[in-house]
Design a protein around this ligand. Structure first.
Ligand code: CP
Ligand code: NVA
Length: 310
């Protein structure tokens, strides 16, 4: 299997075996980092651009560190410093950057924009979050689940909250790998129907299932993994008041987690808002919450993706 030159936009670009390859390589990089090995020979000084239109802590830092530790050069470009902010098109930006760098990691405000970027780029484009998908995050989540549970296939992940980018990428990633996924959202905040259809097709092929409900308790019943994300994503600030009125019954708290399997693990992509989507008693409970390992795995997965694609 050779993934060189490919883009990572939704994760649908890759087969189940290729997703496992990305995870295997991430474990290998994690092992080698703990063993104190030097990895600088992987990228041979190759520059990789990182275009960010939105704030980021984990994605930016883990990706910059990943590129540096692999011996490459991360070039961070906040969108308002680039000519993009003055109307240069994403197509032209892609045509130019392609001549300088060996890969482009991008966090953009619209999904269509990253699709155009990839269509006009001769080097791999890696999606670092759009309003529709966040594949780098979900690969780190799958890595964390496999580490904690020893397998992926057949497990049940329950996502409770907003049918957002994280929910979409979980739908794709879980169904692709043969996990069961149930989603619980308030009415009107369900995930995109096309994404659900894609997930159902993957699930059918893998003998797993996809359920979308408006009842948080039913959604988490017998879950092996409970996952939540913010109720107000970046770019939705104007909807804050309405969302914070509708979402409280979907908070992940002890009452809700009591419906899951006793050995459930809790994941959250972070940043978290304690007291909104998750109660402190859940996110800070070391018996179940694996959010810090999950955040760490962003680094190992970023290395794996870059090493395999670039
Ligand atoms: N989880 C995640 O992508 O975090 P950042 O927004 O800090 O990158
Ligand atoms: N759904 C969140 C994820 C942040 C990592 C957002 O898009 O803001």
């Amino acid at each position: 299997m050779n993934l060189r030159g490919r883009h990572l936009i939704t994760m649908e670009e890759f087969s189940k075996e290729e997703v496992h390859l990305i995870l295997d390589q991430a474990y290998e990089f994690k092992r080698r980092r703990y063993a104190g090995e030097n990895l600088v020979d992987v990228l041979h000084n190759k520059p990789i651009a990182m275009i960010f239109e939105k704030p980021s802590t984990r994605t930016r830092v883990s990706t910059e560190v990943a590129i540096s530790e692999l011996g490459g050069k991360p070039l961070y470009l906040s969108a308002n410093e680039a000519q993009l902010s003055r109307g240069e098109t994403i197509e032209d930006t892609a045509r130019v950057l392609t001549r300088y760098v060996y890969g482009i990691v991008a966090r953009l405000g619209s999904h269509e924009t990253i699709v155009k970027l990839a269509e006009n780029s001769r080097v791999p484009v890696i999606n670092a979050l759009t309003p529709m998908y966040h594949p780098m995050q979900i690969l780190a989540d799958l890595m964390t689940i496999r580490e904690k549970k020893g397998k992926l296939e057949g497990l049940k992940l329950s996502f409770v909250g907003d049918g957002n980018n994280i929910c979409h990428s979980l739908l794709i990633g879980c169904s692709q790998i043969g996990m069961n996924i149930s989603v619980g959202t308030p009415k009107g905040y369900e995930p995109n129907e096309e994404v659900v259809k894609t997930a159902e097709n993957y699930a059918r092929a893998n003998g797993s299932n996809v359920t979308v409900l408006n009842d948080p308790i039913e959604a988490v019943r017998d879950a092996d993994i409970i996952y939540t994300d913010v109720f107000v994503s970046m770019g939705q600030e104007a909807e804050s008041a309405e969302r914070l009125r509708v979402f409280p019954p979907f908070q992940v708290n002890k009452k809700l987690t009591s419906k899951a399997n006793e050995a459930y693990i809790f994941l959250h992509c972070l940043p978290a808002h304690r007291g909104q989507e998750v109660a402190t008693e859940v996110i800070d409970d070391p018996r179940h919450s694996v959010v810090w390992e999950e955040a760490e795995n962003r680094l190992h997965v970023a290395k794996s993706i870059i090493a395999l694609l670039v």
